[in-house]
Every structure is written in C-alpha cells, then in structure tokens.
Ligand binder design. Structure first.
Ligand SMILES: Cc1ncc(COP(=O)(O)O)c(C=O)c1O
Length: 370
C-alpha cells in the first residue's frame, strides 16, 4: 500500500532557515554565541529537522521550554548544548542530568535537588540562573540574586554556565522599559563581579532585543522568531525569509446561484453566481475559526477570500469565475512569488501575534522539508 499523504501540508524551507541563521550570525559577530530557540516544535516548524540546519550554519546552542522537547532532540542525535528555559519539575531533574541538558534555576530548592541528582549520577549538571528584571515571570528578583548564585556555586555537582534575564517589551519602538530592565541586569552583573563570581555566559536578548537593542547581545543571544523568518514588529533591519508555507489542494468545486448560504450559521451568502472551492483544512489543523470571512488564500495567482465559517476539517473559498479544479494547489500561508499571505496578516485578523500562528499548526499537518 502506498504511503497516505494528506492533502494539507506545511512546507518548511531549510534554505530559508539557513539564510536566517547566517543573517543573525553576521549581525552579532564572532564574539557572540547564537542560541536558537526551538521550543514548541521549533515554533511549529519541526524542532529536530530545523535544528540540524541551524547548527550546520553557525548556531551554537539550542533552547527548549520543556525537558521532553530537549530529550527528543538528544534522541534524534543532537549533541549541541541545550538549555531548558522553562521551570523543570523535581521529577524531571534526573532526566536533565542523564541527557546533559542545562537547567534554568531560579530558586534554591530545585538547585539542591539538581545537585543531588548530579551527585547520584556522578555527573555535572549545567545550570543557567535566571533573574527577573521586569518580565514578572520565571526568575528571582535582583535583590536576592547574588545569594542564590553563591548557593548554587557551593553545591556539589553543579556548574554555572550562565546568568540570564528576559525582556518584556524589546519590540516596542519606545525602549525605555527595556533600558530599565537592562540597567537592572547590569547591576546584577556588577554585584556578581563584586563578589568575585565570574560567569561564562551572560545573556538577555531575544529576537527583538538582538535587532533593536544591540548592547544587550552580550555573550549569547537567544533567537526564536527571527530564525524562522518572522519579525517582532514592522521594522525590517535585516533581511529574513519566512520558512513556513501552509498548503492544501482543492477537494471540491461547485457553481452556486446568487443567494446561497455558506457553511454553519450561513454567515456568508453569495451575492452573484460564483464558484465555491472546498478546502480540506479546518480549525483542527490550525486554521483558526477566527479567520472566517477574513483571510484570503492564493489560488492560480489570485487572492480568493475565505467565506463562511471555517469548520473543523473544511473551509470554503469564493473563487469567482477562476477556472479552479479538484486537486489545484492552494497557498494559505506563504507566497507564489508574486502574492503573499504572511503569518502577520493572519495575526492581524485574529488580534494576536505571528508566534501563535505557526505554533498552533496542529500535528495533523505534515511538515515537508524542502
Ligand atoms: C526565555 C526566552 N528567551 C528567548 C526567547 C525567544 O524569543 P523570540 O522568539 O522573541 O526571539 C523566548 C521565547 O519566548 C523565551 O521565553
């Protein structure tokens, strides 16, 4: 029996990933390490498949949110250093040590348990300690930070590889808040230096800070969004190429008279005779229902609007008088070389950000690497 190939797929361009990595590499220069953030299955692009390309083109580190994401990379043969950015549970520490994953630490209890796990396995556990300078999420506040670093230093089996923070608003045009966070981070660094504590890697910058707040690049930058070819706002200081296209094929076409109601609830009614194409993709694939009667797709070099409610498995587009047939290729996200539908466009329709668009493409959508 031949392999089942679904009629919906996400094409991921490894050439574009490589291009984007090279762009960041040349921006940050040789003195700065590049950490590619591949959490959430590489922002929906496929973590393992893209990681090999990233490493081949100058990425030094990978970062995941979860230990299990990092373990999948190790089992897939990735030997590059990996930092787990999220909060690691007590029952996940053994795995982190066994798979040589650097752990984010921001409180003493987990530091002690990690030390015990490392000693028990006769290994050294790598640690990056996180300070909260204004994001308000994971991380110890700067006032208590020096003591935590001293504690971690004193625990057996632990090696501090880095100290880091995360910016909350580096994509804003007004960088006042980022500058304030930066100042707090600089004070943490000065405090550690005053305690004679030397840290191999200080890091702070995400994609936006790497692009718009260059002083924060320090020893390493943690780039997610930009590596996949998306920008944090409308400014384009370097040339990035979107790596992901979402495609399908027309499943059915029919000619309908004026006054035909389309899909659940009849939220669209044709106002003239027209052709409707049925696409075999729906919200279960990540084509959000919020795009109903809003987004457009590209068929045969033309934009065609999505009409009526997007359903779980099907979506309708009004193709007018275009000669569209079953099996014709449809671009939902991506470009045909002339027209483009970007994750930013979908994000605007949905009142969200481009990150959410690629991350929420479901596992039903096959990723194809080109
Ligand atoms: C701690 C941390 N660093 C870096 C990143 C990468 O951010 P971006 O995708 O904006 O580059 C993230 C992503 O959310 C993060 O949580």
């Amino acid at each position: 029996m031949s392999k089942l190939a679904r009629q919906v797929w996400a094409e991921v361009s490894l050439d574009h990933i490589a291009h984007n990595v090279r762009q960041f590499r040349s921006l940050i220069g040789p003195g700065c390490e590049l950490m590619a953030v591949v959490k959430a299955n590489g922002y929906g692009h496929g973590a393992l498949e893209t990681a090999y390309t990233m490493i081949a083109h100058g990425t030094n580190w990978l970062a995941t949110a979860l230990p299990e994401e990092a373990v999948r990379l190790r089992r897939g043969g990735i030997t590059a250093p990996i930092l787990v950015l999220g909060a690691v549970g007590a029952d996940e520490l053994d795995i982190c040590v066994a798979y040589d994953l650097a752990v984010t630490v921001f409180e003493p209890h987990i530091a002690r348990l990690l030390s015990q796990a490392a000693v028990a396995q006769r290994k050294t556990a790598k640690v990056h300690i996180k300070v909260d300078t204004g994001m308000g999420r994971l991380g110890l506040l700067p006032c208590d930070f020096g003591d935590l670093v001293e504690l971690v230093q004193s625990l057996p089996g632990l090696e501090i590889q880095g100290v880091f923070t995360h910016f909350a608003r580096a994509e804003d045009e007004d960088l006042e808040y980022t500058a304030w966070q930066w100042e707090r981070f600089c004070r943490v660094r000065a405090d550690l230096a005053a305690r004679n504590i030397s840290i191999p890697l200080y890091h702070a910058a995400n994609t936006a800070a790497t692009l718009f707040f260059p002083q924060s690049r320090l020893d390493l930058v943690r780039v997610g969004l930009g590596i996949y070819g998306m920008y944090p706002d409308t400014r384009r200081p370097i040339d990035l190429k979107p790596a992901l296209s979402l495609k399908t094929r027309v499943a059915f076409v029919k000619r309908v008279p004026p006054g035909s109601a389309v899909s659940y609830g009849g939220t669209y009614v044709s106002w003239k005779e027209t052709s409707l194409a049925v696409l075999p993709i729906g919200y279960a694939d990540g084509l959000s229902r919020g795009l109903s009667n809003k987004a457009q797709v590209i068929i045969k070099g033309q934009y065609c609007p999505i009409v009526g409610q997007v359903t779980m498995d099907h979506t309708l587009v009004d193709v007018g008088d275009l000669p569209v047939a079953i099996g014709d290729e449809v671009i939902l996200l991506g470009s045909d070389g002339r027209l483009e539908v970007s994750a930013d466009t979908w994000a605007r329709h949905l009142g969200t950000i481009n990150y959410e668009i690629t991350c929420t493409l479901s596992s039903r959508v096959e990723r194809v690497y080109v």
